[in-house]
Design a protein around this ligand. Structure first.
Ligand code: ANZ
Length: 789
């Protein structure tokens, strides 16, 4: 038997593919149907490729090769999401410019990806930190600005004290920075915001027409957090001021016995003069500003508040005068920042009312409001002319009665994109001497990231200290003009990279119209589920906004989405540097070869499940490849079993790849190899067919064996084999024998057997289950027979 020398084979073929430009496609070839298969591009970290990348990229590589073999022109590109904090933090520590580290790291990634045999064409890749890419990020930003989809405001925003930058809501996890895990505080910082909230409804509705995992869709819907309810106005007594509240329960208006404003409510300042206990109020407001929204809204937290002495509002339904409080459980950023409190029917209000001894008026029947809030819907009582209506009936009626309006509120906030950091795309904005912002005209793009900066973060943007940037600005625009010194959130760069791949070298457009129309939207996208709220939501928003602007003519970027599971260590623990359990693809490829690593990753579990990295398992796939090499010695003629086996295999593997069920496809190949070994015979042509099927999974060894069998062209250019359906059927099938729907036995019968014979054979097996009279027999040929007794 030939020895399986994976190193020699893999190096030989990788070199050959490089020389032959084997991964190059003609993007203008419209003679074949297009297929755009996208991987989430990696951040080129210093640690190199990790197992999670390997899993997703291998899966798509298999799919890509399979689609090519089926006659598609497949675009399966990659690139680098290269701006971001780690390179900058490294620069702070060592003084090495992020440009340098990024260059080294991307080269390393490229080498590692090539060593896995992924069919990427690196001459067609993108790098978000290159001026020829971020020129277009800036160009798109300018279009967003012209169309009022981006604006500047000063607001309380999430601030990471350790990274010294603003973070978007999506980048805060349980009150901590998603990057460095340090606590996030609130800080008033001016910054640029994308108007993603203009698209809240569309972003929910659009999900219904794309083929994404249900849980991912659900998470996006929850993140957008649409609440349907009403806005109602309360008059401030003895003044012409009104306070608007948002409520999901206008049906409970008659039970509103007090009102609560968020500590940051705008009206506070205006009412100041009328509030005798202002100093107490002010102290509470200051204390509330120190807390994050998370801290303020946890359910277990004791409810606190301060009454605004001297002012009251009028309940518009009962006309009663009710007190006002400020309390930090009401958030300034949600709804109108003010609520009507209904202690009988809202738990938080109930606790608060008990504490401050406020009246509790039952207006919905169904609970016992002496004991606690009854929060469900029900029939109205104590509600004037609305008594007897159900909550659902009353909502709109009461809203109309008091002149309010039905409306919706969303949890989603506009996306803050200004970062006070260095290693990102400069925001292409300059300020005139009066301080008004203007976009940098297109002719000056790329608006280059200056290099004369100090990386040490101070909380002020590093670009603020660049002499070159300030001089450049004054030189172009005139004296007194100043540059914007913040950089863009890296998620802006990754919101549109899939639009660049079809045309990455275009210098006059981000992508030509022709290529956009031909290639987009993306047909299949594979990546981690952790991007649900960030990248996957932002990219959808970008696409929709660009459609409104007239730059794109579709509204959803990714028609179909799959998530890969995580790669865990053999004990099921997440791999991490701190735990010392990281296994790198590089080390594994060195020991076992790319083909065995690829096969193991795909065989160990379905793509969407977690994979336990077990070295014994990879030894198994390695042995399988050795057996494949050994098949050569059986070359002769097919036995009948082998002939049937190959037709079944072609059918099964094709169907499994289409369904992203790579694990069962591989197990079917393993079974086939065992059959050949038992039968000790296979025709040369059949072996060629098998190698053709193996090729997407184990591209190197397949190429080697293909050559050994005497083929001249690459196995990866050969078409996918076709099968004869009549040969995929077994002569004998196993069918289930059931009594009243419960499986009681199995029997082997000829394929498509008639009911009569099957029935009598089944009855023999069922003796002890069939004592009663058989009322009915249901026979599904080749599947089951069921006796109803
Ligand atoms: C009166 C009421 C009566 C309410 C009742 C609920 C039950 P979701 O579903 O999360 O949208 N609310 C409104 N704005 C708020 C804010 N800025 N901060 C904190 N709470 C706020 O919840 C909407 C409900 O949360 C609103 O309906 C309001 O309380 C409260 F029996 O109004 B409700």
């Amino acid at each position: 038997m030939r020895k399986y020398d994976h190193k020699r084979i893999e190096q030989k073929w990788q070199k050959k593919w490089r020389e032959d430009n084997a991964n190059k496609i003609d993007k203008d070839d419209v003679s074949k149907p297009k297929f755009y298969l996208l991987d989430m591009f990696p951040y080129p970290s210093g640690e190199g490729l990790h197992m999670g990348h390997t899993e997703a990229y291998t899966a798509n590589d298999i799919y890509s090769r399979y689609k090519k073999a089926n006659g598609f022109n497949v675009l399966h590109p990659t690139g680098f999401d290269a701006f971001g904090l780690p390179a900058e933090n490294y620069a702070i520590k060592t003084g090495v410019h992020p440009k340098e580290t990024t260059k080294q790291n991307t080269e390393n990634f490229e080498k590692q990806l090539n060593s896995l045999g992924i069919d990427y064409d690196f001459s067609e890749s993108v790098n978000t930190s290159h001026p020829d890419y971020y020129k277009w990020t800036q160009w798109l930003f300018a279009r967003f600005f012209e169309n009022n989809f981006v604006y500047k405001k000063t607001e309380m925003v999430n601030w990471c004290n350790s990274c010294k930058t603003v973070l978007a809501n999506e980048q805060v996890e349980n009150g901590a920075c998603e990057r460095c895990k340090n606590e996030v505080v609130l800080k008033e910082v001016p910054g640029w915001f994308f108007k993603i909230t203009d698209f809240s409804d569309e972003l929910i509705e659009g999900l219904s027409k794309i083929d994404w995992p249900e849980h991912t869709k659900k998470n996006q819907i929850n993140w957008i957090g649409k609440s349907e309810g009403a806005e109602l106005e309360f008059d401030v007594k003895g003044s012409d001021k009104k306070i608007k509240v948002f409520t999901t329960r206008p049906d409970t208006l008659y039970g509103a016995t007090y009102m609560v404003l968020a500590p940051e409510h705008m009206l506070l300042d205006e009412l100041k003069a009328q509030i005798p206990n202002w100093s107490e109020v002010e102290a509470y407001v200051i204390a509330a500003k120190q807390k994050t929204e998370m801290e303020r809204t946890v359910e277990e937290k004791e409810k606190t508040g301060v009454r605004l002495e001297g002012i009251t509002v009028i309940n518009p339904a009962t006309k009663e005068e009710i007190p006002i409080f400020i309390a930090d459980y009401v958030l300034g950023s949600y709804g109108t920042g003010a609520i009507m409190a209904v202690p009988a029917h809202d738990e938080r209000d109930f606790v608060f009312a008990k504490k401050y001894d406020l009246p509790i008026h039952e207006v919905i029947l169904g609970g016992d409001v002496a004991k606690g809030a009854y929060v469900d819907d029900g029939k109205l009582v104590n509600s004037g002319e609305f008594d007897g209506l159900t909550s659902i009936e009353a909502k709109q009626k009461i809203t109309e009665f008091v002149g309010g309006k039905m409306t919706s509120t969303y949890r989603l906030r506009d996306w803050s994109v200004s970062r006070q950091r260095y290693w990102g795309a400069p925001i292409p904005i300059v300020y005139d001497p009066e301080g008004n912002p203007h976009t940098v005209p297109d002719e000056y793009l790329p608006w280059l990231l200056p290099e004369d900066v100090d990386f040490i973060p101070t909380g002020e943007s590093p670009l603020a200290k660049s002499k070159e940037l300030h001089e450049r600005t004054e030189k172009i625009f005139g004296k007194g003009w100043k540059p914007e010194v913040d950089t863009l959130d890296t998620f802006v760069c990754s919101s549109w990279y899939y639009l660049r791949y079809p045309d990455p070298h275009n210098e006059s457009e981000f992508c030509s119209k022709k290529r956009l129309e031909h290639w987009l939207p993306v047909d299949v996208y594979v990546g981690g589920a952790e991007h649900t709220y960030l990248h996957l939501l932002y990219a959808r928003f970008f696409t929709r906004a660009l459609q409104k602007i007239g730059i794109l003519d579709f509204d959803e970027p990714f028609l179909k989405l799959h998530h890969q599971g995580m790669v865990l260590d053999v004990n099921g623990v997440k791999m991490s540097k701190s735990k010392g359990n990281v296994v790198t693809p590089e080390a594994m490829v060195n020991r076992f070869g790319a083909d065995a690593v690829r096969l193991y990753m795909m065989f160990a579990a379905p793509l969407s499940d977690d994979v336990l990295w077990d070295e014994n398992g990879i030894v198994g796939t390695y042995r399988f490849l050795e057996k494949v090499i050994g098949l050569e010695k059986y070359v002769g003629a097919d036995t009948e079993t082998v002939e049937k086996g190959i037709h079944k295999l072609i059918q099964k593997v094709g169907a499994d790849i289409e369904a992203q069920k790579y694990n069962t496809a591989i197990s079917a190949m393993m079974i086939f190899v065992n059959i050949v070994r038992e039968e000790k015979g296979i025709a040369k042509e059949t072996l060629s067919t098998f190698i053709r099927i193996l090729a997407p999974f184990a591209p190197h060894i397949a190429e080697e064996l293909w050559e050994m069998l005497g083929h001249k062209n690459s196995v990866h250019t050969a078409p996918w084999p076709s099968y004869d359906i009549s040969k995929t059927k077994d002569d004998i099938v196993t069918i289930a024998v059931q009594v009243n729907g419960k499986v009681r036995a199995e029997i082997n019968v000829p394929i498509d057997a008639l009911q009569e014979g099957v029935e009598s054979e089944a009855k023999e097996k069922l003796e002890k289950w069939l004592d009663g009279e058989v009322k009915k027999v249901v026979y599904v040929p080749n599947r089951l027979i069921n006796f109803v007794v």
